[in-house]
Ligand binder design. Structure first.
Ligand code: PAF
Length: 325
């Protein structure tokens, strides 16, 4: 679905009979519907920029993967065919390998911990690294903690996911975790996932409640396990082509707009974390939650993966994340 919002300032100018203002189009892409946390973030970003720049920028929304999977969208940002995007960390580590540190399972204690790290020096330093790969990263958004859904059965122990054909994002850190646990992970771009679940070529997938609810995964998945096995950041990107052509005032407006987008995404996630499970139960999903002991058993089963993450990202960075209050 393509949704074009007419900027408020342009509308006012027309009503007042003022001369039309020159507008720069900002195509903004994201994987989910406008009624999702991505839609909320994109709309807040748009409104803040339009207000601050008197409607000199006109956002055109491309929701629901209308411009392709997240990898294609990020590549579009690099070459300037897409001006702005909100994407998950799914393919980010393929562009900035160090950013994969945030994808380590059971790294973050809770949403507050993750937000403190991403808003603090570690997260801000990571944003700057995107400059080197032809991307301008303005802020860390969020999806929530990821949970497992599947059609095979309830999950309480690592053995319960043995051989489970689970779709993962195209994310080497997640892939390593599920392989280490003995599952049969299949990396897949999001636009293919619902079809693969319907056809039964995969048993399950994992995503936060924000996604599970927004997409209506209860239509194609029976079991939900609240595993919270990994935090799922998102990132707000603009193309260097757009960024480098902006005045410093307009750059500040895009940054402030991205921050407004992050606040809207986090607000959406907070709401769905409190009410999402009830919604999914009412839609017929069987819901179970890992206890603290069961989560510890998953962490123990990941010991080899943690050794590899330590080598890849460095113990110092991982410890600094854990130590952040
Ligand atoms: O699972 C994914 O690929 C992502 O979480 C999604 C659903 C595309 C949202 O960014």
């Amino acid at each position: 679905m393509k949704h074009t919002a007419f900027p408020a300032a342009a509308l006012l100018a027309l009503c007042a009979g003022a001369p039309a203002i020159a507008q720069t189009e900002v195509k903004i892409a994201y994987a989910l519907a406008t009624e999702s946390h991505y839609g909320a973030g994109a709309l807040a970003w748009q409104e803040a920029v339009e207000t601050a720049t008197d409607g000199r920028f006109a956002f055109t929304h491309f929701p629901s993967s209308a411009l392709g999977g997240e990898r294609e969208v990020v590549e579009g940002i690099q070459i300037g065919t897409v001006e702005a995007a909100l994407v998950s960390s799914g393919t980010l580590a393929n562009f900035v390998p160090q950013a994969g540190v945030f994808d380590i399972p059971f790294l973050f204690r809770d949403l507050g911990h993750a937000r403190a790290v991403l808003d603090g020096p570690i997260g801000q330093d990571m944003l700057a690294r995107f400059d080197d790969v032809g991307l301008k990263a303005l802020a860390w958004g969020e999806q929530g903690f990821r949970h497992i859904t599947n059609n095979r059965g309830p999950i309480a122990t690592p053995e319960d996911i043995s051989g489970l054909r689970i779709r993962t994002m195209e994310n080497p850190i997640h892939l390593r975790a599920f392989s280490t646990l003995g599952a049969a992970p299949t990396p897949m771009a999001w636009p293919e996932v619902i079809g693969a679940l319907q056809q039964g070529t995969i048993d399950g997938q994992e995503n936060p409640l924000s996604v599970i609810v927004s997409v209506g995964l209860s239509d194609v998945q029976e079991h939900l396990t609240l595993s919270g096995h990994v935090y799922s950041p998102a990132i707000l990107l603009v193309s260097p082509q757009l960024w480098n052509g902006l005045s410093s005032e307009d750059q500040a407006a895009f940054v402030a707009g991205a921050e407004a987008g992050v606040a809207a995404m986090r607000g959406f996630v907070d709401d769905i974390e409190s009410g999402g499970v009830e919604t999914l139960r009412a839609q017929g999903m069987e819901v179970g939650e890992l206890s603290a002991e069961q989560r510890a058993a998953f962490r123990d089963a990941l010991v080899d993966a943690y050794a590899a993450y330590g080598t890849e990202f460095g113990a110092e960075l991982i410890e600094a994340i854990i130590a952040t209050e």
